[in-house]
Design a protein around this ligand. Structure first.
Ligand SMILES: Nc1ncnc2c1ncn2[C@@H]1O[C@H](COP(=O)(O)OP(=O)(O)O)[C@@H](O)[C@H]1O
Ligand SMILES: [Mg+2]
Length: 902
């Protein structure tokens, strides 16, 4: 059914250029309109790619590159993908960062033929596929949102910034103002598949670092796309003027971002905008700030290796539906800071924890519920199919069960969040009943394949089908009659797409049919072993059949559109039900987790305390349980602004320092997302910002010196941590020489204590730092207990008060298999060093150094402006140009002497 020219099988000689020209002209014109996309050009059952596109796609998809026809005297490269398998190829191209324009045939090739032999079938780009605008299940991860985001700014550099993001596949839509300092955290939190930015932004050096990890996702657009007045008009047109005011007082930059998003959706969806929920405005401070490094470090949604396996999310996810999994991921990405809002979520979990039977009933009802958010959006965009309707029927059909399970005894005694969810589930009986009556058992993916409307749904369709089937029976009867008449038992009536119905006999019997001038059999075709005929009778019957089948299909399509219309009219209610189902799924799943893994309900309040009793690391604990070996050792942690707000944790390698630090950060995240936590008890004064750093983290992927990374990250913490923040520092300063590192670690602890005044856990192998405890009232020393036994060190994984007296590095070296001679020599050197001055250098440092200048930030005195030391004065007096070698040596001894006296 392909139309002419370049898609036809390769002719041995070059195809006629003149024949290719009209189509090529059409192709080139469409191609020009979408310069940054690969063009999927529909030809019959294939999407074909030509020229550069063909070369690119063939390489990316391992397709065979062929050549077809000529353009300007050169062969035209070509490759194609079959339409029925296109989604797989699209998925791969999108993942590789390409954008695709899908160009369809918008008229029947037969209609084009009527205009003339060389007429080209009309074609149009119906959709641009970009990473942020996917709606197909096969292109999406069921458990993750795929956000399209936009970043806008008003008033040029330094003006207000706004951020907007939506999930086209579910219709959710958010806006929020942006603090430029928090842009990196915001991007990491939302983790958009595609970000629209003005090309002015990408050129600004202060954002280079921030945008670096998002390079592949950035879609730069001209600044004119981000006009705030246009944005306001766009949104007002979409939601109605009054509605927009009712959503909240949006800043101009937010409107500009939101408008750019809607604009882009229209552009890529060719004018079809799915029903978007009304935008929700998020205040920056309502969400715990977690910067990208902390997220990576704590392995919240992905392990350090970039996989879901090993992440906190994977460890806690017991959801049963795609929408539930997405909601949990979104909550984990953005823990709350309002204790009341957190409690509301915890109440829901608690209700499911308290009653195993109800939890089970609800979870049974949720099992197998399809992704109705995404089905709804596809139907809204005109690319849904019968299976999407069936998904709605099944999911909405579960609602009565869900309601019964929760609200059996009335809604008065149950938590507010649950009561609200039950109300939001809504009433969909009429729609479910209609869909149940309408849809048959075996459903095709596409409506155009037909056969999905159930028998008995409409009399008209039933009649057409009976007519079609009855005629088919008549054909069978006709075959019997002709076989008898002609005495050819092997006579068959067959069907193909070219001839339609025809009578076929073998060559040997052919003369029995052709005999007699008045034969009713009309010759159609002669093949090697067979001859084909038709009759007037057969022709008439065929017309009846095809017209009945055509009419039946056309009617089915009308009925399908009716059903889609009914669904669209109820889109808001269905979206509400989808949200409620997701919320129930998350609450029941977190309860399941809590019971299964013995988590407790945390108390989250406005205090500045962080008191965990019997805390565990959720992921390490699960891993140990799975391995079936040793049990995880629980540990307490108690930080309070008024008392010991910083714990300095020392202990040998492998003793469990990092695990302890991280488990406390994870407990804070879990509590504030509204989950139970792996502990016996937990009281958490709400954390506004969470920071976690590991010394010398390898960051080869970003090509930066590890020590530089460490320092940049430490700087962020010292600049941004507030009294309400929780800071986890793991072996900061490890990435450089000992004294350098020690000094930096030293100064960092002082600054956190005096200036930031945040709650912090600081693990270090510089046991010299413990000397600081004497000076800093809020600093407490803790250590990982070890037992030495027959020259072996046994890790107890217990956190206990006190300080490690040494780092056990040599012990670890022995474990690692360093040669015995090296170990022995190292022990000897260590003894020497410890006996020497070095041992009490740190204690002296603590006594001598004036406390870090940040201790008195407002006292005015320039930091470091102390009187010159004796050494400095002596050094100034030396003039190296005038010294003899002997005098120089003497001067050196003198200086050394001054040092000793200090
Ligand atoms: N509380 C604990 N209970 C049981 N095993 C633990 C505990 N803490 C740590 N471990 C085990 O010890 C290993 C090393 O812990 P880690 O925190 O990396 O030590 P460090 O940071 O002190 O070098 C972990 O991989 C884990 O298997
Ligand atoms: Mg460690």
């Amino acid at each position: 059914m392909n139309d002419t020219s370049i898609s036809e099988p390769a002719a041995p000689a070059a195809p006629d250029l003149a024949a290719a020209t009209p189509m090529l002209a059409q192709y080139l014109e469409i191609r020009r309109a979408y310069p940054d996309c690969l063009l999927f050009y529909r030809m019959g059952d294939f999407y074909e790619l030509f020229f550069e596109d063909a070369i690119t796609a063939a390489r990316a998809l391992s397709l065979t590159l062929t050549r077809r026809g000529k353009h300007n005297g050169e062969d035209i490269p070509l490759c194609g993908v079959p339409v029925h398998a296109a989604e797989t190829y699209l998925a791969r191209l999108i993942r590789l960062g390409y954008r695709v324009a899908v160009c369809e045939q918008t008229e029947d090739p037969a209609a084009a033929k009527k205009r003339g032999a060389k007429a080209v079938v009309k074609r149009e780009v119906v959709r641009l596929i970009t990473p942020g605008t996917l709606t197909e299940d096969s292109l999406l991860d069921a458990k993750r949102h795929n956000y399209l985001a936009a970043l806008a700014e008003t008033g040029g550099s330094g003006g207000a910034m706004g951020f907007a993001w939506l999930d086209l596949s579910t219709g959710e839509f958010w806006l929020q103002p942006v603090d430029p300092q928090r842009l990196g955290s915001l991007l990491a939190r939302v983790s958009p598949g595609e970000v629209l930015v003005s090309d002015r932004f990408t050129a600004r050096p202060e954002f280079f670092e921030t945008f670096q990890p998002w390079k592949a996702a950035l879609t730069p657009l001209p600044p004119s796309r981000f006009d705030s007045e246009n944005g306001r008009r766009r949104l007002e047109a979409l939601y109605g003027v009054k509605a927009l005011d009712a959503f909240g007082a949006f800043g101009r930059a937010e409107l500009a971002a939101g408008g750019a998003l809607v604009d882009y959706v229209e552009l890529t969806q060719k004018g079809r905008v799915p029903s978007l929920s009304t935008p929700i405005r998020i205040a920056d401070a309502s969400v715990m700030e977690i910067d990208p490094a902390t997220r990576r470090n704590l392995e919240l949604a992905e392990s350090l290796a970039g996989e879901r396996t090993g992440s906190l999310l994977q460890c806690i996810d017991r959801t049963l539906t795609g929408a539930g999994a997405r909601m949990l991921a979104a909550r984990l990405a953005a823990p709350l800071t309002d204790p009341a809002a957190i409690d509301r979520r915890l109440d829901m979990v608690a209700w499911f924890v308290a009653d195993a039977r109800r939890r089970e009933t609800v979870r049974t009802a949720l099992k197998g519920v399809g992704d109705i958010e995404r089905a709804l959006s596809r139907l809204g965009l005109g690319r849904g199919g019968p299976r999407d309707l069936a998904g709605l029927r099944d999911a909405l059909g579960r609602i009565p069960d869900l309601k019964r399970a929760i609200g059996d005894g009335g809604l008065s005694g149950i938590p507010a969040g649950l009561a609200e969810a039950v109300t939001e589930l809504g009433e969909h009986g009429v729609l479910v009943e209609r869909l149940t009556r309408a849809l048959g058992a075996d459903l095709p993916l596409m409506a155009r394949d037909g056969g999905f409307i159930a028998a008995g749904y409409t009399a008209e369709l039933d009649e057409l089908r009976t007519l079609r089937d009855a005629s088919r029976k008549l054909i069978a009867e006709l075959q019997g009659r002709y076989a008898a008449d002609t005495k050819i038992p092997s006579l068959k009536i067959r069907h193909n797409n070219v001839l339609g119905y025809f009578i076929e006999v073998t060559q040997t019997h052919a003369d029995k049919i052709t005999a007699g001038a008045g034969s009713r059999f009309i010759h159609r075709q002669t093949l090697a072993g067979a001859m084909r005929f038709t009759t007037v009778e057969l022709g008439e019957l065929e017309t009846k059949i095809t017209s009945a089948a055509d009419k039946a299909l056309a009617l089915e399509l009308v009925l399908f559109e009716d059903l889609v219309k009914e669904v669209s009219a109820r889109a808001a209610a269905i979206a509400g039900a989808a949200r409620a189902i997701a919320a129930l799924d998350v609450a029941a799943a977190l309860a399941e987790l809590a019971v299964e893994r013995r988590y407790c309900r945390p108390v989250v309040d406005q205090s500045l305390e962080f008191v965990i009793t019997g805390g565990r690391h959720p992921v390490v604990e699960s891993a140990l349980a799975e391995a079936g070996g040793t049990a995880f050792i629980a540990n307490d942690c108690a930080l309070a602004a008024s008392d010991k707000r910083i714990w300095l944790l020392t202990g040998p390698n492998m003793a469990g320092k990092s695990t302890f630090l991280r488990q406390n950060a994870l407990i804070a995240v879990l509590a504030q997302l509204g989950s139970y936590v792996p502990a016996d008890a937990a009281r958490i004064g709400v954390v506004d910002r969470l920071f976690s750093r590991v010394g010398a983290a390898d960051d080869l992927a970003r090509g930066r010196s590890t020590f530089m990374v460490e320092m940049v990250e430490t700087a962020t913490i010292l600049n941004r941590a507030t009294e309400r923040s929780l800071v986890i520092l793991d072996e900061i300063g490890r990435g450089t020489a000992t004294f350098d590192g020690l000094s930096i670690a030293w100064a960092t602890v002082e600054h956190l204590h005096e200036a930031n005044r945040c709650r912090a856990l600081f693990a270090t192998h510089y046991h010299e730092l413990t000397a600081l405890a004497a000076r800093l009232a809020g600093l407490a020393c803790w250590t990982m207990r070890v037992k030495e036994w027959q020259d072996e060190v046994v890790f107890l994984h217990e956190v206990a008060p006190g300080a490690a007296d040494r780092s056990y590095g040599i012990h670890v070296a022995r474990l690692a298999g360093l040669p015995a001679a090296v170990i022995a020599r190292a022990e000897e050197v260590l003894r020497k060093l410890e006996a020497g001055e070095q041992a009490n250098a740190a204690t002296k440092l603590a006594d001598d150094l004036p406390l870090f200048s940040a201790a008195r930030p407002k006292s005015g005195g320039a930091p470091g402006a102390t009187a010159p030391s004796a050494i400095e004065t002596a050094l100034r007096e030396v003039n190296p140009d005038e010294l003899t070698p002997k005098a120089a040596l003497e001067a050196l001894y003198r200086l050394r002497g001054l040092l000793a006296r200090k």
